[in-house]
Ligand binder design. Structure first.
Ligand SMILES: Nc1ncnc2c1ncn2[C@@H]1O[C@H](COP(=O)(O)OP(=O)(O)OP(=O)(O)O)[C@@H](O)[C@H]1O
Ligand SMILES: [Mg+2]
Length: 334
């Protein structure tokens, strides 16, 4: 019998809050998810649902006034929340790499791409400048940039959006991380370039045997890339399952609403819906299920208690008290 792949990352009850003058922003509030070895997990949700804060928490780089106040982040069997700062420095970039939501912020406009890559490579590897340049050119080849020996001497402002993103990927891969956190890596690119970058990331992941968390608000993006999907809403995970299950048997009304907002999928059903209402204020979020004010199926139980994330069928987790009723026959929204 085939052994099920082990998880490389397992997050349990992660809680990260921001202590602002306006109150405590409960940005991530009891998130649990896992990434299996070699797989891509899509982390999906509307803007403000806590996707980036979750990723920043994994690397323990949540900006002030944010603080991780509870939970476990088990990476290769060890809890990152118990590591010292110097142990974390070794993990960042080398074990776990992060492609930031806005690649421009991770590039220094004053230095050439070559200089920046050489610096990153030499920070983690004991190599000469010449060897680091060789490696940098190799990385450019890996991310399929033409004429790497010439292009590597460009300055960030000389690169197009797609090139900048390839460069950010090259930088993230420079120390052969085991886990890549890619935060909206294609959001600001036009559709053709977006498809190219996603294809590149898919191939690289396979070639290098990495695991990946792909963060996006776009169900269409994860459809072709992710093995499994965790859907996030207002600081919590509402559903986690294999990609096919999420698309063909979504059990959380929020997942379903998100899918109905994807043009291609919605068009097959001949209607495109938007999710009415807005993501709640995370200083004083709704009681019980945070989606209840926007949910067509909410009842008293949804208002009174937080629904736990329950394994409804093997490898399919749903945080909805009515999920069992919906299985295979989700009532239609009017
Ligand atoms: N520095 C901060 N101070 C206060 N609140 C913050 C801070 N950073 C994030 N938040 C809050 O945390 C919540 C989650 O933000 P986060 O950036 O994780 O969302 P996201 O899902 O990544 O959204 P997007 O799709 O827009 O990138 C939001 O309500 C946001 O306002
Ligand atoms: Mg974000």
């Amino acid at each position: 019998m085939l052994m099920a792949p082990k998880e490389i990352l397992k997050i349990e009850n992660l809680t990260t809050h921001f202590y602002t003058w306006a109150g405590v922003v409960k940005a991530v509030d009891g998130v649990s998810l896992e990434v299996k070895e070699g797989e891509t997990l899509g982390l999906v949700g509307e803007s403000g649902s806590g996707k980036s804060v979750t990723a920043l928490s994994i690397l323990r780089i949540v900006p002030r006034p944010g603080r991780i106040i509870d939970g476990k982040i088990i990476y290769k069997g060890e809890n990152l929340l118990e590591k010292t700062e110097s142990e974390m420095e070794k993990i960042r970039g080398k074990e776990i790499a992060y492609i930031f939501q806005d690649p421009a912020t991770s590039l220094n406009p004053v230095f050439s791409v070559a200089d920046q890559l050489i610096e990153v490579i030499r920070r983690h590897q004991n190599v000469t400048k010449e060897e680091a340049l060789e490696k940098a050119i190799e990385l450019f080849r890996l991310v399929e940039i033409a004429d790497p020996e010439i292009k590597i001497w460009s300055y960030p402002h000389q690169l197009s959006g797609g090139m900048k993103q390839r460069m950010a990927i090259a930088r993230a891969l420079s120390c052969q991380p085991s886990l890549l956190l890619a935060d909206e890596p294609t959001t600001n690119l036009d559709v053709t370039i977006q498809a190219q970058i996603l294809e590149l990331m898919k191939n690289l992941k396979k070639k290098l045997g990495m695991s990946m968390i792909l963060i996006t608000h776009d169900m269409g993006v994860v459809a072709g890339v992710a093995d499994r999907i965790s859907v996030m809403y207002a600081g919590r995970i509402c559903e986690s399952a294999g990609t096919k299950t999420i698309f063909y048997n979504p059990l959380h009304p929020y997942t379903r609403a998100l899918l109905e907002a994807v043009p291609n999928i919605a068009m097959k059903r001949e209607k495109l819906k938007i999710i009415p209402g807005a993501i709640p204020n995370l200083v004083s979020p709704p009681s019980g299920c945070r989606f209840h004010p926007r949910c067509d199926f909410a009842g008293p139980a949804c208002v009174s208690a937080v629904p736990p994330l329950v394994e409804i069928e093997p490898e399919h987790y749903v945080a909805c008290v009515r999920a069992k009723e919906f299985s295979g026959k989700l009532p239609s929204r009017s």
